[in-house]
Design a protein around this ligand. Structure first.
Ligand code: MLT
Ligand code: ZN
Length: 435
């Protein structure tokens, strides 16, 4: 248990610098029984708790808003052996994605979710937010990898479903209910996770396209012709200029590029021929670079993966993670800079995302005092297209006020009923998801 204000500080601020709040103390239990004891003690006196993993979430869901106990799960780092017959393993909530990846790769398999924050993001936090990342088009988001969980409920009781049954029709799926619940329904302490084949042969193509529409038009072709496809990432010149400035990278192409599309294929044998054939036929292609060896593959990925850090190096952005029906993505990309400029004329709107899911990361720099106005304008534009105000980062403390744009009153009432049933005192992550 930590109470020294200097030590508490790193637990009280989120990575983006947007969210912070005082905590009464930080507790760092070592196993599920200790987590349960902490939750029981808090429940007995009605003290609220905020569960925290790697503290690199982007919507403020893991930091206190004022006075809560921070329950850090970073010491829950047990990693079980890969069960080869089932294609599964057990992992403590505090295991980082990078440690999980090293562990399963040593056993000759792979984990299906990957994202740039792999060195800090913990699997518990990734499950709690239903994290997505760069491989969703191939393996689905975190929800699709979770076959079981152990969790402490709001009264300190423990639910353990770690048997890893891939078929189980015995009523409500409590494990899946916890995925994406952002710590508001229970504290996930361990997970039973699926593994996927380890595909060592990679080919990456960075395409310079004439428009976002050209990237969207390529999607059905990619799906039909490229079963090896493992990532399709969209970004733009403004983001590349920030990445170049902060990471010191050369320009990827000589000329101005209206839309960048990074494609990665992964397979057991070299997938470059299939990818190159497709690139050669792509409509709206202005230029392309292709990489097959590990160093060049990493160099092309850097233009995409360095976006988040490069943006934060410029200042604290209004960070909005949204998704829209894919066909409407080009219209949204075109409209957003004007939508933002109408409420914050000096702002810079950096866009990037995961094109297959219609998932756009809208990062607005230099919004001054207009954070809420920018959020409102962007999320209204998304909602008017039938989109979601949160695609893969969660609602956190950032977006409860806008949840009604994506959820009907009936849904919100049902969600509140679930919350009330499982956490009647409202001590688990108060202020997250619901205002
Ligand atoms: C990403 O796709 O890089 C992450 O979602 C992080 C971000 O949106 O900044
Ligand atoms: Zn993302």
């Amino acid at each position: 248990m930590l109470v020294d204000p200097d030590v508490l500080s790193s637990y009280e601020h989120d990575w983006t610098g947007r969210f912070s709040g005082r905590s009464s103390c930080v507790v760092r239990p070592a196993d599920t029984a200790q987590v349960a004891a902490v939750v029981r003690a808090c429940a007995a006196v009605g003290t609220p708790l905020v569960t925290q993993g790697g503290n690199t979430g982007l919507v403020g869901g893991g930091v206190p808003s004022g006075g809560e106990v921070v329950l850090s799960l970073r010491r829950l780092t047990d990693l079980g052996e890969v069960d080869r017959a089932a294609g599964q393993l057990s992992a403590g909530a505090g295991v980082t994605l990078a440690d999980l990846q090293r562990h399963v790769r040593a056993a000759g398999v792979e984990f299906g979710v990957d994202l740039a924050a792999r060195d800090s993001a913990t699997v518990g936090g990734m499950a709690a937010t239903n994290a997505g990342g760069i491989r969703v088009l191939r393996y689905g988001s975190m929800r699709a990898q979770v076959l079981g969980a152990e969790a402490v409920l709001a009264d300190g009781s423990v639910v353990s479903r770690m048997g890893g049954l891939t078929k189980d029709g015995t009523g409500y799926d409590l494990v899946q209910l916890l995925i994406g619940s952002e710590g508001t329904l229970g504290v996930v302490t361990a997970l039973r996770l699926k593994v996927v084949p380890l595909l060592r042969s990679s080919c990456v193509a960075l395409l310079a396209l004439e428009s976002t529409q050209a990237a969207v038009d390529l999607l059905p072709v990619l799906r039909e012709r490229l079963p090896q496809l493992a990532a399709a990432e969209l970004f733009y010149e403004l983001g590349v200029s920030l990445v170049r400035r902060h990471a010191g990278l050369p320009a990827p192409f000589d000329a101005h590029v209206p839309a960048y599309l990074l494609l990665e294929c992964l397979d057991r044998s070299d997938p470059s021929e299939a990818l190159l054939d497709l690139v050669g036929e792509a409509q709206g292609l202005l230029d392309a670079r292709v990489a097959t060896d590990a160093a060049s593959v990493r160099a092309l990925w850097a233009y995409r993966e360095a976006h988040t850090e490069a943006i934060n190096a410029e200042g604290v952005p209004v960070k909005l993670d949204v998704s829209v029906p894919t066909a409407t993505l080009p219209g949204l990309v075109e409209q957003l800079p004007e939508v933002v400029a109408a409420v914050s004329p000096a702002a810079r709107t950096v866009l990037f995302g995961h094109v297959n899911e219609g998932n756009l990361h809208v990062n607005v720099l230099d919004a001054g005092e207009e954070h809420d106005a920018v959020t409102e304008a962007v999320l209204q534009a998304v909602a008017s297209r039938g989109g979601s105000i949160s695609s893969e980062h969660g609602v956190g403390r950032a977006k409860p006020a806008w949840l009604h744009l994506s959820r009907s009153q009936t849904e919100l009432a049902a969600m509140r009923a679930v919350k009330g049933a499982l956490d009647p005192q409202g001590i688990l992550n108060p202020g997250v998801i619901f205002a």
